[in-house]
Design a protein around this ligand. Structure first.
Ligand code: DHE
Length: 556
């Protein structure tokens, strides 16, 4: 290539000289040629990508956004899933790519035939061979244009307008309906339903518990008041075009004052007024990864709010850093950037709320951040692709306070000690590796969430992405005093349903589990007897559930 370039340069320079050119011309000819060669190389790669019409590109861009960006990145540089750059995908070819999209991979990518038609999958196979195009940026001014305060603070009630036990409400995300159904945890009756918008991902409670904050995949954040006669959206805002996380200020003296949204695209976080959602500050997360390489898309994954100091803790996914964002002075934000591991995804607190433990799911590690000393204290090797959700805290009969995670890549619960003072020998070391492979013929991979409660003796786990039908229709449960013995309970026979995500009521006596399906349900299980108490039917694609007391207090 270098030789061809040199020959072309000489020929082109001579050509310019013939036309009476100078040394300046020679230099500019080299530049022109360099651009020309890059253009030729790019267009030859593009020439090999299959042709697509504008309408097909538009439709595939939407499909990619809906199903693929989470794992492969908006710019297709890869994260939990591999990179999908044309350099690689063109060589793989449309048919191979179609097969992968259709069937999935042993590495954990699901097959998409139940969500996409053959035509859509074929278009996607062609689409990922085109050059990625960056979606537009969003400024604070753009955001403000979408900002609405539906109910001004002065018009909101100063005490609850109903006599229900709102601290035991359960907010249930109905993902594909774009709604939140709120149920009374005491009576199992619906309190109300609100429109939360496209593919709502999670809810978080304000420090007082009065408001739910919902975040949609499309970056829309909504604030839901639980003190009104029916749940009411009091403020809304679009912070970006893709997001997964939101939290509020929980430190003493800052309760309900501020909120923060973490975005996937553009890669930034936004600080908001905690009562009105007015966007106050946007901070880009673009920059360098742990090894010093520039990354154009380090996305914000999980966020937790410290109870120890006026700080939020942000997982900067592709960069591999945990950022501690001190919000005590929004006009001069202080950010501590702690080296962790790549790619950071979800994670939660230990029982004391001092240590935050994010999962670095592509290097099979859990990181331990001490938010009091503002430093990383450990990196723990666990199983393949840890995915804790916010994880679970319990007291092991032998090792004292522990935390655990399930894994997407293998059937395993990894358990490590979290009490460096009381149990120094087991702190930040894996003390148990509990086998889940007997859940079904495909082994135990594909778990997403692990949950317990301080008043419970049980640990509950799902198998949402397991390829075996019966396994992903089941929930696993283990008595924490009999580690290693798992019981599996099949909760549905709907062939299109997957069991996902567990949450306790405030008292810790019931576990609520979602049957993720168009004809979805919530199964409420008595935690002590492990028997099904009741089923809430008529829910559209229920996924995450968030009890007010547990979410405001980070109890799990
Ligand atoms: Fe999630 C939490 C991102 C797929 C349901 N999900 C999170 C968090 C992140 C995240 C960063 C942590 C938020 C926090 O704590 O602040 N999730 C992603 C993805 O990037 C991914 C892999 C692909 C995507 O495109 O979204 C993804 N997640 C899913 C699902 O397929 C699930 C099962 C259904 C859905 O909504 O798409 C799902 N994610 C959840 C739930 C939580 C969550 C229920 C909250 C768990 C909790 O208890 O806190």
């Amino acid at each position: 290539m270098k030789g061809v370039f040199a020959v072309l340069t000489i020929m082109f320079t001579n050509f310019l000289k013939d036309l009476g050119g100078t040394a300046i011309m020679k230099r500019s000819s080299i530049l022109v040629l360099a651009f020309f060669s890059v253009f030729l190389m790019t267009s030859s790669a593009l020439a090999k990508a299959p042709k697509m019409s504008d309408a097909e590109m538009k439709a595939s861009t939407a499909t990619y956004f809906n199903y693929c960006t989470g794992c492969h990145g908006t710019l297709r540089k890869g994260a939990t899933g591999p990179n999908l750059m044309p350099k690689k995908t063109i060589d793989m070819g449309t048919e191979t790519l179609f097969e992968i999209i259709n069937e999935g991979t042993p590495g954990g990518m699901p097959g998409w035939s139940d969500k996409l038609s053959k035509d859509e999958m074929m278009l996607m196979a062609k689409f990922i061979q085109q050059e990625p195009v960056a979606p537009p940026e969003i400024s604070l001014r753009n955001m403000k244009m979408s900002w609405k305060v539906q109910v001004p603070v002065a018009d909101r009630p100063t005490k609850p307008q109903h006599s229900l036990n709102w601290k035991n409400f359960m907010g249930i995300v109905e993902r594909d309906a774009g709604k939140i159904a709120i149920y009374d945890g005491d009576t199992h009756k619906m309190f109300g339903r609100v429109d939360s918008g496209f593919a709502t991902h999670i809810l978080r409670s304000s420090a007082s518990g009065r408001y739910y904050f919902s975040i949609g995949r499309d970056g829309r954040v909504k604030m839901i008041d639980l003190w009104t006669k029916k749940p009411t959206i009091v403020a809304s805002l679009r912070t970006c075009s893709e997001a997964r996380s939101v939290d509020t200020s929980k430190f003493h003296g800052y309760e309900d004052k501020l909120a923060v949204v973490g975005c996937y695209w553009p890669p930034h976080f936004v600080v908001l007024d905690g009562a009105t959602l007015e966007p106050l500050k946007v901070v880009s997360t673009r920059g360098y990864t742990l090894d010093g390489t520039f990354h154009p898309e380090p996305r914000v994954a999980a966020i937790v709010a410290s109870h120890y100091s006026p700080e939020w803790v942000l997982n900067i996914k592709e960069a591999g850093f945990v950022w501690l964002v001190d919000y005590s002075n929004v006009d001069s934000l202080k950010i501590t950037m702690i080296e962790a591991a790549r790619f950071l995804h979800d994670g939660g607190w230990d029982i004391t709320h001092r240590y935050f433990m994010p999962a670095a799911n592509m290097v099979d590690q859990m990181v331990v951040i001490d938010t009091k000393e503002r430093k990383r204290v450990a990196i723990i090797d666990v199983g393949t692709k840890p995915h804790p959700g916010r994880g679970a805290n319990w007291t092991d009969p032998e090792f004292g306070p522990v935390h655990g995670t399930v894994h997407i890549g293998e059937g395993l619960i990894s358990v490590w000690g979290t009490d460096p003072e009381g149990h120094p020998k087991s702190a930040w070391k894996v003390v148990r590796s509990i086998d889940l492979s007997d859940v079904g013929p495909a082994g135990g991979a594909g778990s997403l969430f692990l949950k317990t409660h301080p008043n419970s003796k049980n640990l509950w786990m799902d198998f949402t992405l397991n390829t075996d039908l019966k396994a992903h229709q089941s929930i696993g449960v283990m008595d924490i005093n009999k580690p290693g013995k798992i019981d599996y309970i099949q909760l549905t026979t709907d062939p299109k349903a997957r069991v996902v995500h567990q949450e306790y009521n405030a008292q810790g006596t019931e576990v609520w589990v979602s049957i993720w399906s168009i004809k979805g349900e919530i199964v409420i299980i008595d935690d002590k007897t492990r028997k099904i108490k009741t089923r809430i039917t008529g829910l559209h694609t229920p996924t995450g559930k968030f009890n007010v007391t547990n979410t405001m207090g980070d109890i799990y």
